[in-house]
Design a protein around this ligand. Structure first.
Ligand code: MN
Length: 262
């Protein structure tokens, strides 16, 4: 079983290490070794870089060893999408059975997934036809990734066992709760997240004005069945996602007026 792992918080992030340690356990159960896990992750924090790729400068990559199993990997001077592209096109001799991105520090819910480097890493796997997982811990302060790592590990086992459709992309958000407080899993749709107080206007020491993007997430209330709702109620949210952004309803609605019918 070959597993490609990436993230957007950088290769030193504790969420990545917890994930690799948990995935290493599956490998050891099956083969007694972990040499079929490859980590290819950014060499620094790359959160909110979306699906950006690097085309105007070279990609440097340094070999690394990670976690309690000393899993092999590469720290890449690029985005999560760069990392997965480089791994699939060059570093790996055979395609992996699954791509796992995470475990992200902080949630990736609703409309925010469009900005997410974590989700984009998994999306790049899905674009290549490989089942992929994006895993996030829904907290910026909680550093306990154990439960999320166990959930990721369980999903990888089930993906490799062929339990799900072959080219799935699952966006997984785990509430930052002790295991006994977690209420289970909900399969969800993407909810709506908006941001308020988004920009701060400030002044630098030389008197020049600048703007800093920050803000607070505001979830649309009362949206039933969404990832936002599930996590707020203490459930792990799993949303199947697809990169086909076509609006099929509008496509039908505008076809008659826009297409030439001659
Ligand atoms: Mn991140």
């Amino acid at each position: 079983m070959r597993i490609l792992v990436t993230n957007d918080d950088g290769f030193r992030a504790p969420g990545l290490v917890a994930l690799v340690d948990a995935l290493g356990e599956i490998q050891c159960d099956i083969t007694g070794k972990t040499d079929e896990i490859l980590v290819v992750a950014p060499d620094r924090e790359c959160s909110a870089t979306g699906h950006g790729i690097t085309v105007h400068r070279p990609l440097r990559a340094e070999p690394i060893r990670l976690g309690c199993w000393e899993v092999q990997g590469w720290a890449v001077e690029g985005t999560p999408a760069d990392c997965v592209k480089l791994a699939l096109d060059f570093l790996l001799t055979e395609p992996p059975d699954v791509v796992v991105s995470g475990i992200n520090r902080g949630p990736n819910l609703g409309t925010d997934i469009l900005y997410s480097g974590t989700v984009s890493g998994a999306l790049e796997g899905a674009i290549h036809g490989i089942p992929s997982l994006a895993v996030s811990l829904a907290s910026f302060t909680d550093n306990n990734y154990q439960t999320a790592a166990m959930i990721a590990r369980d999903l990888v086992v089930r993906i490799v066992a062929g339990e799900f459709p072959p080219d799935i992309l699952l966006n997984v958000n785990v509430p930052a709760l002790p295991p006994e407080k977690l209420r289970g899993i909900r399969v969800t749709r993407l909810g709506t997240r908006r941001w308020q107080n988004v920009f701060e206007k400030r002044c630098d020491p030389r008197g020049r004005v600048y703007y800093w993007l920050a803000g607070d997430a505001v979830d649309a209330p009362g949206e039933a069945g969404t990832d936002v709702e599930a996590v707020s109620e203490g459930f792990t949210s799993i949303t199947p996602v697809h990169f086909d952004l076509t609006d099929y309803k509008v496509m039908e609605a505008i076809r008659n007026s826009l297409e030439d019918r001659n």
